[in-house]
Design a protein. Structure first.
Length: 94
């Protein structure tokens, strides 16, 4: 568990996180046995990153049960978010 630090001590303003949770429980998926903890595991990692100082708008969780098409783990969304992270890193010199 991360040590308890105040927000200024643990700020990670420039850091980004992309989490992908695929449980295979969407109705349009081919019949496969759903994975039971992928979404809750990804949510736990997101919560940890936020506690560690990542800004909420810098952590993206793509999940296959999302109602928002922009947050589904499609090839287009994954590549788009990765390119955004790369672009931000190049702009900041990281």
């Amino acid at each position: 568990m991360a040590p308890a630090l105040n927000r200024a001590e643990r700020s990670r303003d420039g850091d980004k996180g992309l989490l992908i949770a695929i449980a295979y429980n969407a109705p349009e998926r081919p019949p496969v046995r759903p994975l039971t903890t992928t979404i809750s595991d990804a949510e736990a990692v997101r919560d940890y990153l936020l506690q560690y100082g990542y800004l909420e708008h810098n952590v993206v969780l793509l999940r296959d049960d999302s109602c928002d098409a922009n947050l589904l783990p499609t090839r287009l969304n994954i590549v788009s978010f990765l390119l955004l992270v790369i672009e931000c890193r190049e702009l900041t010199g990281d």
